[in-house]
Design a protein around this ligand. Structure first.
Ligand code: F6R
Length: 249
């Protein structure tokens, strides 16, 4: 696992965008798994600004809330449309987001796994890290061989995402998410984590015991993982990290 610590959120966003744009220049037909949330906002802005083409790229979002239509402003489809899809030449038929309104969520999840398989698997998965260590919406206790499925969100996750809905009670209780097993099959993985609020979970992710109680620790079994942290998120680490920009304060 390569861990890179940069000065701040802006540097994290720029580095992540540079890495992903470089990846797409080398592999213009790559298949990506993509996150939503607060952390990747700057990354998407910087990625769009690179001007890299998505004409042959396929994207699979990690997750979607159960019961929200694509038009709902809190849906991850809406997030992707406003942050990325509306700004790049990614063909509509190459944009895969789980359908939160599917009458049969299990069938929807099977369909998603099949679509990933037909795309040749995921070349690069970009992930955020939840306050409780979740990746995608795989909450603590999720088995590491889990596949795409319907899940119940924890109170901690619903509180963390309340800002997108105007209160925790309005956050959906369920979601569809790629499984940890599905994520681990990606050929490369890039994890972005920003802010002092994540410092404690970053330490458990990188330096604590590998356990399903901290879902992100499953990534330690993967051969090609890069983690980009800003200095605030790296604040509790004792041993890891390579400073690639700025100076130690
Ligand atoms: C979202 C996702 C989640 C987030 C995580 C961090 O698609 O998969 O795992 O990456 O909850 O969210 P933020 O960036 O809002 O702290």
């Amino acid at each position: 696992m390569q861990v890179i610590v940069v000065d701040d959120y802006e540097a994290l966003s720029a580095l992540a965008a540079g890495l992903v744009a470089g990846f797409l220049w080398a592999r213009p037909d790559a298949t990506l798994a993509l996150p939503t949330g607060a952390t990747p906002e700057g990354f998407y802005r910087a990625l769009v600004a690179t001007g890299v083409s998505f004409a042959r790229v396929r994207t699979f979002n990690l997750d979607e809330y159960r019961g929200l239509s694509r038009e709902h402003p809190g849906s991850f489809y809406h997030y992707m449309k406003t942050r990325l899809f509306d700004h790049v030449d990614l063909p509509p038929e190459h944009r895969f987001v789980l359908d939160g309104t599917a009458a049969d969520p299990d069938a929807e999840c099977r369909r998603y796994e099949e679509a990933i398989r037909q795309a040749g698997g995921i070349d690069l998965a970009i992930l955020g890290l939840g306050l409780n260590g979740h990746i995608g919406f795989n909450e603590p206790g999720t088995p590491w061989d889990s596949r795409t499925r319907l899940v119940t969100l924890t109170e901690s996750t619903r509180r963390a995402n309340a800002r997108f809905f105007g209160g925790p009670d309005r956050v959906p209780r369920e979601a569809l998410t790629m499984g940890i097993g599905t994520i681990l099959e990606a050929r490369r993985i890039l994890v972005l984590v920003s802010g002092a609020g994540k410092a404690a979970i970053v330490r458990r992710f990188l330096e604590g015991p590998a356990t399903p109680e901290v879902p992100a620790t499953a990534l330690r079994n993967h051969p090609h993982v890069t983690v980009i942290l800003d200095r605030a998120a790296a604040g509790h680490l004792t041993g890891h990290g390579t400073v690639v920009s700025g100076h130690k304060k």
